[in-house]
Design a protein around this ligand. Structure first.
Ligand code: 26Q
Length: 799
């Protein structure tokens, strides 16, 4: 596309959307006009791609997820379309700075954290590799809340991302479907057949909104289809004229509430009926849509699994298995065996957690009341699975452990395993734990179903777009091939002894840190860019152990207080974390970190060496600014608890050094690095299990370690005048000590921090470590992960 064409499109769009010329437009208007131009380019591109793969009869993957944490779209789409330079020049001729326009876009925060961000990275990789793909999610009116700290206490403000975010959406009323809740199933014999009819239900209409995601240097465009609920009976004139205006309004509200807001909890389930409604709205809409599309091209569903793969991102969309069965049995006239064969051949499932509080179960009563037909199907699935397991094992314990319904509960993880042909974990360690622990009885009898696919990240977003300076250095040294094949990053290793390259790496890091400091200073936070940036940014959860980090900083503070001559490398500890709104302990930990920052700030001497900054409202966009400036990446969960982590990969790609436990993908990060240039500490997952067996008594550590005791005691005597006895008690209660064993790993953590301190003093070697990390990070690209899914799970061919 020529610059002239681009300019014409932009001017046309500006005039059509706001009726102004470029000279009269402000940044917001220009951003909107440009976004509309790009959206139209993507829609055109999508039309051609759609036509091509459909006429080839090619298989497509449908990625079902309750979350897609997209972040911003403009920069990514321009980059992937190869238009950044041209657009930037056109805009500059018109008197606009493209970077300012990027800042006009608010994040599409349709997710909590890792799982939703992973889904977004995968849509990008699917398109870039030329695979036909469509994601399905809900069009939440409010995404993940905006976090605001009031004197350190997290409060949540609504994230009103629409209408601004709507520029990227295309409403598809032609594709609306009806979703039914409640009612009952009436059974009637007609001639020689039992006919099931769903009666007395409530109906809701689901309307899709499409969002296009361009591939990089490829013909493909992924579609993300977002479903919004609304009252099926559009404005009820009769009710209105009979004076039942309020009733009509109430019906509207009841329908619309389903997709009103994203549940802001991760790794924790509450079993609320609204959440079940959300899940059914997503899965029923998606499956109806997929089936309708299939039947437009094929005469029936007998080849469905050959041309469609449905992927279940955790258990949240697992109702899709039952919904597909319902449609095949009740609407398409299949018998059970045939329908089940097609369903299991179509569906695959990724597990993202083994935390027991995050395993989804639904009360049988609620489930039956809300989804009566799906309940009947679940009962039949359970009956058949139990029979099969009994035949295979002759062991009631195993039948019980693998059953889909037990103790008045529907177990979604077991349903996912039974109804899928492939089950994978998200790192080698996690997949191993699935086989030996959570799904041990399944793995014994269906070993071939279980595989590992370690997570990957969208490196083009997290390196090329987020860190242009490092990208320029890589382009100068190893060329540009790595942009479509990140394994090629390994060539960067050749420069490990090139002082000019090492110096440039250090300059880049400093420049990125200065940028970050500048954006912090806009929020009144002043940080020294020459201090070491030590970052822990992720959702706040006890198992992630932000508390372990905080306690060590308290202990460092105490040591500096005790010894007026003590000197340390100036360091800034940066935290970013949202807590689920009802998660009390997580909010206390945020407050502790915040108050610790305040306490340190008040000491003139200590604050020259030590700073603690809590970044408010950590988001995809803030992460994109933070990762390039980080020097230390803290990944310190209790071993066995973090399924994979993906922040760890983003930091590594940007040259930060990991300080971490052998948990999740950290294990593979260490392995890729040949166990050097990384600081590993703490118990292994096996040692953790062993410790629980022996008995974990936190008091032992408290009494033995003076530094630790002093830090913990300060919690109750007050951090910046705030009493944190709740946290002290949490750590020390002898009958039920902290379930994530912060104290058991404290000593080893402290030692690792000391060796990191030492390593940091040797600048040349530190730069070498950074280089080595960057060079070894290619395997953690989403492109690699998606190639594995395509081959091992979905049997997809690229166009
Ligand atoms: C479930 C039911 C009701 C309400 C909320 C939920 C819910 C929502 C989100 C449960 C879990 C989540 C999110 C989980 C998650 O993000 N897991 C992370 O997934 C990443 C990608 O695989 C991993 O890297 C992380 O280790 C894992 O914690």
């Amino acid at each position: 596309m020529t610059k002239q064409q681009i300019q014409q499109l932009i001017e046309g769009s500006l005039s059509a959307s706001c009726g102004v010329s470029p000279a009269e437009a402000n940044d917001k208007q220009m951003y909107n006009a440009l976004a509309l131009v790009i959206k139209n380019i993507l829609l055109q591109k999508r039309k051609i791609f759609n036509h091509n793969f459909k006429s080839n009869g090619q298989k497509r993957v449908y990625y079902l997820s309750m979350e897609f944490l997209l972040g911003r779209s403009l920069k990514n789409n321009l980059f992937n379309l190869g238009l950044t330079q041209e657009v930037s020049q056109v805009l500059s001729d018109l008197g606009f700075d493209l970077n300012n326009l990027y800042e006009q876009e608010s994040d599409a925060g349709l997710g909590n954290g890792g799982l939703g961000r992973l889904a977004s990275c995968y849509m990008d990789a699917l398109a870039s590799l030329g695979y036909p793909a469509c994601g399905h999610c809900l069009r939440y009116e409010y995404g993940i809340f905006q976090q605001k700290l009031i004197d350190g206490w997290q409060t949540e403000l609504p994230d009103n991302w629409l209408p601004g975010g709507a520029v990227w959406l295309t409403e598809r009323p032609d594709k609306a479907v009806t979703v039914r809740f409640g009612g009952r199933i009436s059974e009637q014999w007609r001639s020689d057949k039992m006919v099931l009819t769903h009666v007395d239900y409530q109906e809701v209409e689901a309307v899709p909104y499409d969002l296009m995601i361009s591939g990089y240097d490829s013909q493909a465009v992924s579609v993300l289809r977002l479903w919004a609920s609304r009252n099926k009976r559009r404005f009820d004139m009769r009710a209105f004229s009979q004076g039942e205006y309020l009733k009509a309004m109430q019906e509207d509200a009841e329908a619309e509430i389903i997709t009103k807001v994203l549940y802001p909890a991760d790794n924790n389930v509450a079993g609320k009926s609204l959440r079940l409604k959300q899940q059914y709205l997503l899965t029923s809409s998606a499956v109806q849509d997929i089936v309708a599309d299939h039947l437009k091209y094929y005469k029936d569903m007998s080849n469905f699994d050959k041309v469609a793969a449905i992927h279940l991102n955790d258990t949240h969309p697992v109702l899709a298995i039952l919904e597909l069965m319902r449609i095949m049995l009740d609407e398409q006239g299949f018998d059970w065996e045939k329908a089940w064969g097609i369903t299991t051949a179509t569906c695959s499932y990724t597990n993202h957690t083994i935390l027991s509080e995050a395993l989804e179960i639904w009360g049988e009563d609620l489930f039956q009341r809300l989804l009566p037909r799906l309940y009947d199907i679940a009962k039949e699935v359970n009956k058949r699975q139990s029979q099969e397991m009994w035949q295979k094992s002759n062991d009631w314990k195993k039948v019980s452990a693998t059953s889909v319904i037990a103790y008045d509960q529907i177990r979604m993880a077991n349903l996912a395993v039974v109804g899928s042909h492939s089950i994978n974990g998200v790192s080698a360690l996690h997949s191993q734990i699935l086989k030996s622990d959570l799904f041990a009885d399944f793995a014994e009898y269906y070993p071939d179903k279980f595989i590992n696919i370690t997570n990957g990240i969208a490196c083009r977003r997290w390196l090329c777009q987020a860190n242009p300076r490092l990208t320029a250095l890589l382009n100068d040294t190893i060329g540009q091939e790595y942009i479509t094949d990140f394994s090629k990053l390994s060539q960067f290793n050749k420069f490990a002894n090139d002082n000019a390259v090492l110096d440039r790496l250090a300059e880049i890091k400093l420049a990125n840190k200065i940028d970050f400091c500048n954006s912090l200073s806009k929020h009144g936070i002043i940080v020294d860019p020459n201090s070491r940036f030590d970052v822990q940014a992720k959702r706040l959860h006890e198992y992630k152990r932000q508390l372990l980090n905080a306690i060590r900083i308290v202990s460092l503070y105490c040591q500096l207080k005790n010894d007026a001559n003590m000197v340390i490398t100036p360091q800034t500890f940066i935290f970013g974390a949202k807590a689920a709104s009802s998660y009390y302990m997580a909010k206390e930990i945020i407050k502790l970190i915040y108050k610790l920052g305040k306490l340190i700030e008040k000491d003139k001497r200590i604050s020259q060496m030590l700073r603690v900054v809590f970044l408010e409202n950590y988001s995809v966009t803030i992460a994109e600014q933070l990762m390039p400036s980080a020097e230390v990446s803290q990944q310190i969960s209790l071993a066995g608890k973090e399924a994979s982590g993906t922040g760890n990969m983003k930091f590594m790609l940007n040259g930060a050094i990991t300080l971490g436990t052998l948990d999740g993908a950290n294990v593979e990060i260490a392995q890729e690095l040949g166990n050097k240039d990384i600081f590993i500490f703490g118990m292994t997952a096996q040692e953790v299990s062993q410790k629980w067996k022996e008995g974990y008594n936190s008091m032992e550590y408290y009494f033995v370690n003076d530094q630790l005791r002093q830090a913990i005691d300060l919690l109750s005597s007050g951090i910046d005048k705030e009493d944190f006895s709740v946290i002290k008690d949490y750590l020390l209660k002898d009958n039920l000590p902290d379930p994530y064993m912060c104290l058991a790993d404290f000593d080893s953590y402290n030692k690792a921090c000391l060796s990191l301190d030492k390593a940091y003093l040797d600048k040349t070697n530190w730069n070498k470590m950074c280089l080595h990390n960057i060079a070894c990070s290619g395997i953690f690209s989403a492109d690699r992960a998606i190639e594995q899914y395509a081959k091992q799970v979905w049997n997809l061919k690229p166009i």
